[in-house]
Design a protein around this ligand. Structure first.
Ligand SMILES: Nc1nc2c(ncn2[C@@H]2O[C@H](COP(=O)(O)OP(=O)(O)OP(=O)(O)O)[C@@H](O)[C@H]2O)c(=O)[nH]1
Ligand SMILES: [Mg+2]
Length: 462
């Protein structure tokens, strides 16, 4: 354990601001001295005790509940003390200051972000994937994301990873045992159906990988940008998708000057929609800055909705300006075309026929809502969403990468195993590498740097 984890720590664990109740939480290997310094009486373990919280002079700061969880039966696995008071920022600050003062002799200090959960991980209360799920549950922006984070937190994801790891270990033992008895090796492996087992593990890793990708999508969502010339109806489309008047809409070209963004959800997948300033050459300084930001957003987006105004197509100036924008749009990515051509204001002008050049084309009206459902379906398809959110676990890019590496080593192992004269030592090594990659998910082989990186993104007090 890192030396800093020897100190007892404390933090306000409830969100900043005013609330009915606020909680101050301390964790440490031995909090008895703190309890004794704060209260005139002993606290029964895991019982709520109603009592006054007093300052050093005996003046009452507030009255509330004290809960004492002696190690190891606590969130962190250490002694934990929770004080529930009225949830005003000043009350909680006074209570925190009083605790720090009472605990000064024992080295009590403020907790860093995520430090409680990091201790829970270090004390084997949670594995790393579960610890991450704590933060994902708190940050969940849709119901589906919250449900799948909760499944990960309960260990559903970790259990699958552990089951795969155990099957890999027993296969490794088999292969490594034959290394010691080379004369019998091939026979022995055949009898034990080593190849069949390897194939089954490979297929199941692929299955978990595909679900983890979906889980990562629930967590990260996708980012789409509305782009096009001024007045084509970008802000109107944002408002229609969000179901609220977020961006200002006027018939004046150049209405939107800064980025306006909103997260909507489609089937539980968070979609971050960014409305941008209309793209054109002219404009004042403010508009030029806005347009530069539009281009930055376009570069970074997972999908760009390129709007074309059906009422103005065919006007030479309009078409020329559109060609300039089209030439500057990013090229398709390896995994497919990310530009969606949206023909807007379909309630005012009909579209002769949609192009079938293999790209994505659709007509819609932000005014009547016609075509919006087709757009939502297309966006989910572009995001790669093909699951129903039930039974999913939340996952991060880190987990997807680890599973991808596992699958790569398994593929190499399969190649070796099916060659006419398999090199068993190489096969054993690929299996070992596959296991190491897989174990990174739950944190069995994890560097301190990675831990620091993961937990520092938590909120204070968690
Ligand atoms: N009839 C009809 N009018 C629309 C539709 N969408 C937008 N408009 C009108 O077109 C005009 C411009 O709409 P905006 O949404 O402000 O266009 P924009 O692309 O955001 O424009 P800038 O912010 O200037 O780049 C407004 O008068 C809207 O009412 C639509 O689907 N049907
Ligand atoms: Mg606008």
């Amino acid at each position: 354990m890192l030396p800093r984890h020897h100190d007892p720590v404390i933090a306000i664990t409830t969100a900043p601001g005013r609330g009915a109740v606020g909680i101050v939480r301390a964790s440490g290997r031995d909090l008895k001295p703190l309890v004794d310094a704060l209260f005139a009486r002993a606290l029964a373990p895991r019982h709520a005790t109603y009592l006054p919280f007093t300052d050093a002079q005996g003046q009452v700061i507030d009255r509330g509940l004290a809960l004492y969880f002696p190690a190891p039966h606590s969130y962190t696995g250490e002694d934990v003390l929770e004080l529930q008071a009225h949830g005003g920022p000043v009350v909680l600050q006074l209570l925190l200051a009083r605790c720090l003062e009472a605990g000064r002799a024992m080295g009590l200090r403020l907790a860093e972000p995520g430090e409680f959960t990091e201790r829970a991980y270090l004390n084997d209360k949670l594995d790393l994937a579960q610890a991450e799920a704590v933060s994902d549950l708190i940050d969940a922006s849709t119901e589906a994301a919250a449900r799948s984070a909760s499944r990960s937190l309960s260990g559903a994801f970790s259990d699958e990873v552990h089951a795969l790891r155990d099957r890999l270990i027993s296969l490794r033992m088999l292969v490594e045992a034959t290394l010691d008895f080379p004369e019998e090796e091939i026979d022995f492996l055949q009898k034990a159906d080593a190849l069949g087992r390897l194939r089954a593990i490979d297929a199941d890793v692929a299955g978990v990988l595909s679900r983890a990708r979906q889980g990562a999508l629930l967590r990260e969502g996708m980012q789409i940008v509305l782009a096009g010339q001024p007045n084509v109806g970008k802000s109107s489309l944002l408002n229609a998708l969000a179901g609220a008047e977020l961006a200002i809409v006027t018939p004046i070209p150049g209405t939107t000057r800064d980025k306006v963004s909103e997260t909507i959800q489609i089937d539980g997948v968070p979609v971050h929609v960014i409305d941008t300033a209309g793209l054109r050459e002219a404009g004042d300084e403010v508009e030029r800055i806005g347009i530069a930001r539009s281009w930055e957003a376009i570069e970074r987006a997972d999908a760009v909705l390129f709007l074309h105004d059906l009422t103005r197509r065919g006007e030479p100036a309009y078409d020329a300006a559109e060609a300039v924008i089209a030439a500057r749009l990013p090229p398709p990515r390896r995994d497919g075309e990310r530009i969606v051509h949206v023909y807007s204001k379909s309630d005012l002008a009909a579209m002769a026929s949609l192009s079938d050049d293999g790209g994505h084309h659709l007509a819609l009206s932000a005014r009547t809502g016609d075509g919006l459902d087709a757009l939502r379906r297309l966006l989910l398809q572009l995001a790669g969403w093909h699951a129903s959110p039930d039974g999913l676990f939340i996952a991060r890019a880190r987990h997807v990468d680890a599973l991808r590496h596992t699958a790569e080593h398994l593929a190499l192992a399969l190649e070796l195993a099916t060659s006419p004269d398999p090199a068993l030592d190489l096969l054993a090594e690929e299996l070992r590498l596959a296991q190491t990659a897989l174990s990174q998910i739950t944190g069995e082989f994890t560097s301190d740097d990675l831990l620091g990186e993961i937990f520092s993104r938590f909120c204070i007090g968690k």
